[in-house]
Design a protein around this ligand. Structure first.
Ligand code: AMP
Ligand code: MG
Length: 473
């Protein structure tokens, strides 16, 4: 298996990571693989389904050029600082140059015990591995910045959570596994030379264009802030709740990262909490924009030794400005409207409060909005809103066909509803991964009509309305 290895992170030295081999997953099987993602790292899909790939991605046998390591980081978890987290059940196997010279991290989640495992067993269960595998690709195809997934490895190693489950491996691809918490670790341990070293690495590898800026580290912070605001604007517009926005789960590239008990909004509910262990609703759907800023301010704090004094206000302003601009534009696009004008935010706010009051399925509503005849069923409560919307729409110059096409390209027909993932998981737990593969195919084209999958666009059936997604992973 030929990969263009270029291991850069390991050059930072042993304060940043611990070099170690994965613990092989017993009886590994290539349960599902994502052929289009293989192209990202210049890998032939046939090789991805072959024996060497299985051995490498199950941690059984490293190939020459790989340099597996566990990264150190800390982070704020539910608002409190945890001084030492780190890769407790995942390893960066290697970095590989792929198409367009992009450097990809190959990270095996579920790779066994590391010095950072604390009380955990170093494993990831099949259930949550499938959830991340499906969701990261679903978000990517919706146009939401995210890590990617290359393949899913099943095994027969038993692991104990609330019940007995089996361990699995997920090969995650991302251009970076550096988190806000990676900087926090070096700040709070007062290793400020290493903080700067990490920032230099991030600039050189990820933001080389910012080297020209008069204050590169200030620019880096503002760039991360902007990307984070942009990502969260997308979450809000597509109805995605992350569930665990701790600073150790925030990628410095502003990509959705470390999927846990996430959820796509079905009936619109601004206070939706997808994580059942989030008793206070810190990461409820409508808190995400505010928490995104909170996290950027935590990063700003950690970067204090190397940035200009008083960066707090610039971060706050930049975040608000980018978030509002992106969110307002995305919502307008979903409504088939051009650039936001006065009154548009009110139109969105009025719609969302109607949707909340009438528990309207968020995704289905927007999909139907492209086809005004399909709106009759929303009843009298929506009449005034439809009139206001119609009036606003008349200001646009596009033809009805153009508008419908644009709207269908912004309003997915298919999202990863919880019950769909759940069904795929139940079958996979019996050894049948065909539903996982089917969902991967479906979710790669969320905006297209796919008549053979019509049922997958429907609201959750009654049995699935109150699915309690186990949070342990
Ligand atoms: P997460 O909830 O996935 O964001 O993980 C938070 C921290 O707990 C990270 O440092 C993980 O590496 C660690 N962790 C989570 N689950 C396990 C596990 N099963 N074994 C070891 N460490 C874990
Ligand atoms: Mg994490």
């Amino acid at each position: 298996m030929k990969l263009n290895f270029d291991n850069q992170f390991t050059k930072l030295g042993d304060k940043f990571s611990v070099s170690m081999a994965p613990r092989p997953l017993p009886n590994p099987r290539m349960a599902s693989f994502n052929a289009p993602a293989a192209a990202l790292i210049g890998l032939d899909p046939d090789e991805l389904s072959g024996d060497i790939a299985l051995k490498f991605f199950s941690g059984t046998e490293m190939i020459s050029g790989a340099a597996p390591l566990a990264m150190v980081y800390s982070g704020h978890q539910f608002g409190g600082y945890s001084p030492r987290l780190g890769d407790g059940r995942g390893l960066l196997l290697a970095q590989v140059r792929g198409a367009k010279n992009i450097l990809w991290d190959l990270h095996l989640k579920g790779a066994g015990l590391t010095p950072f495992s604390r009380m955990g067993d170093g494993r990831a269960v099949l259930r949550s591995s499938i959830r991340e595998y499906l969701a990261s690709e679903a978000l990517h195809h919706l146009g939401i910045p995210t890590s990617r997934a290359l393949c899913l490895i099943s095994s027969d190693e038993p692991v104990r959570r609330e019940t007995m489950e089996t361990a699995a491996g997920l090969l995650r691809l991302s251009e970076s596994h550096i988190r806000f918490g990676s900087f926090e670790y070096f700040f709070y341990t007062q290793q400020h030379d290493d903080l700067k070293k990490l920032a230099d690495y991030v600039l050189d590898i990820h933001f080389p264009q910012l080297r020209k800026s008069p204050l590169p580290f200030d620019s880096m912070l503002l760039e991360i802030t902007a990307r984070t605001a942009d990502m969260i604007a997308h979450w809000q517009a597509f109805g995605f709740a992350h569930g665990v926005m701790n600073t150790d789960n925030m990628s410095i590239l502003g990509q959705t990262f470390d999927y846990g008990p996430y959820g796509f909004m079905e009936a619109y509910d601004p206070g939706y909490i997808c994580n059942h262990s989030d008793d206070m609703g810190r990461y409820a759907f409508n808190q995400q924009p505010h928490i995104g800023l909170w996290n950027c301010l935590a990063l700003c704090h950690a970067l204090k030794p190397i940035i200009s004094p008083d960066m707090t206000e610039p971060v706050r302003d930049h975040y608000h400005q980018i978030f509002s601009a992106r969110y307002n534009l995305l919502m307008n696009q979903k409504m088939g409207l051009g650039n936001p004008i006065e009154g548009d935010s009110q139109l969105v706010a009025d719609l969302l409060s109607l949707m909340a009051e009438h528990k309207v399925d968020y995704t289905i509503f927007f999909r139907r909005l492209g086809n005004i005849d399909a709106l009759a069923q929303y009843g009298a409560a929506f009449t005034n809103w439809f009139q206001a919307y119609d009036k606003r729409r008349k200001l646009e110059k596009d033809t009805p066909e153009q508008r419908r096409k644009n709207m269908h390209g912004m309003n997915p027909k298919y999202i990863l509803r919880n019950h769909l993932a759940q069904q795929a998981i139940l079958q996979a737990e019996q050894g049948d991964f065909s539903e996982v593969d089917r969902l991967m195919k479906l979710l790669a084209r969320p905006f297209d009509e796919q008549p053979e999958f019509e049922g997958y666009a429907a609201e959750a059936p009654e049995w699935a309305r109150h699915l309690n997604i186990r949070c342990s992973s």
